[in-house]
Design a protein around this ligand. Structure first.
Ligand code: ATP
Ligand code: MG
Ligand code: FE
Length: 335
């Protein structure tokens, strides 16, 4: 089966072609308009999706070397995400399905981040635990089957990606700060100690860390106006190390509690080199099989939507034309 996947939940417009479970193209149009505002502006994101969606889909079809008429189904991100952004992908998918008389498949964006692990070998075996860390979510998920997922832990305030991005703002770095902190941290030493929150169970918290960093930076600048410039690498290394230690501590706790040794990470923050190295190291100590997506499948992409759509296609799990996008949509409600 040939599945066209569409992703438009935030600020990436993406289209991908999946043929019998293999990804043949994955085109991602990033929106640069948001940089000057220091964050995603929803209204501008919707407009950019509207402009990008047709060329992105055409490019995905062209790169996969297929004909539009050969597409068997179209899968799209129904949510969670920015409603105006989701509407563009949803409307496109509905129109495409109607015009071509092919099935329409709804995909949960957070399930898709996890299902990105089924694009390539090695694939995790069920049940496995996935730490999904992205711009809007930080979740520990017990994955029993492709669409049978249980939320076992989550952030009670900021997401891990938000922690990176908000800290970057405090450090006067441009948006999105996550990738930049990663880069700068490579040349730094984590010699500043930031507090680790004491949160019960498998939940996370990052807002205290953000505040602690803000106060620390303000205090240091009062003594040395060049503090940031002089120490930026070490600050980034320290921030990154603390965010990673918070994440991996709970991941280890979850694996212990559920007696599971198949462990995965997913979402934009799983592109972080420190987290990837940290997980590899921990996996060796704990004798886990660790699964880390390829970089292009960490941040938002349509390949993960297409692969999720492919598995739903196999189950004949189709949506109807009256479907509407959902800004909020739990990961664990589906079959
Ligand atoms: P969600 O998936 O929760 O709806 P989103 O789709 O906006 O949110 P993603 O695209 O999955 O999020 O991830 C984007 C986030 O990943 C941003 O916060 C960004 O800073 C962060 N990120 C990307 N690369 C890195 C990196 N190398 N190190 C740290 N953070 C990173
Ligand atoms: Mg994004
Ligand atoms: Fe995402």
């Amino acid at each position: 089966a040939i599945i066209l996947g569409i992703e438009s939940s935030c600020d990436e417009t993406s289209a991908a072609i999946c043929i019998d479970g293999q990804i043949h193209s994955n085109i991602i149009a990033n929106q640069t308009i948001h940089e000057k505002f220091g964050g995603v502006v929803p209204e501008l994101a919707s407009r950019a999706h509207q402009q990008h969606i047709i060329p992105t889909v055409n490019e995905a079809i062209r790169e996969a070397k297929i004909h539009k008429n050969a597409i068997d189904a179209i899968a799209f991100t129904r949510g969670p995400g920015l409603l105006g952004s989701l509407l563009v992908g949803t409307s496109f998918a509905k129109a495409f399905a109607m015009a071509r008389k092919i099935p329409l498949i709804e995909v949960n964006h957070m399930q898709a981040h996890i299902l990105a692990h089924f694009i390539e070998d090695p694939k995790p075996a069920f049940p496995f635990i996935c730490l999904t860390v992205s711009g809007g979510h930080t979740q520990l998920v017990l994955v029993n089957d492709y669409f049978d997922m249980e939320l076992i832990g989550q952030t009670i305030d900021d997401a891990a990606g938000e922690a990176f991005d908000k800290t970057a703002k405090i450090l006067n770095l441009p948006y999105p700060g996550g990738p930049l902190i990663d880069k700068l941290a490579k040349e730094g030493v984590p010699r500043f100690q930031f507090p680790e929150p004491q949160i019960k169970g498998l939940d996370f918290s990052f807002s205290g860390l953000k505040t602690a960093i803000l106060y620390f930076v303000q205090q240091q600048i009062a003594q040395n106006p060049n503090f940031l410039q002089d120490n930026i690498h070490d600050i980034c290394a320290s921030v990154q190390e603390r965010i990673i230690s918070i994440l991996l501590k709970k991941l280890r706790r979850a694996a212990e509690h559920y007696h599971i040794n198949q462990v995965a990470i997913a979402g934009g923050v799983s592109a972080n080199s420190g987290l990837r190295e940290g997980l590899d190291k921990l996996a060796k100590e704990e004798h886990w099989d660790a699964f880390i997506p390829r970089f292009e499948y960490c941040t938002d992409n349509a390949a993960m939507i297409a692969i999720a759509g492919y598995y739903k296609y196999l189950y004949n799990d189709f949506a109807t034309q009256d479907i509407a996008p959902l800004a909020r949509w739990a990961i664990n409600h589906q079959k």
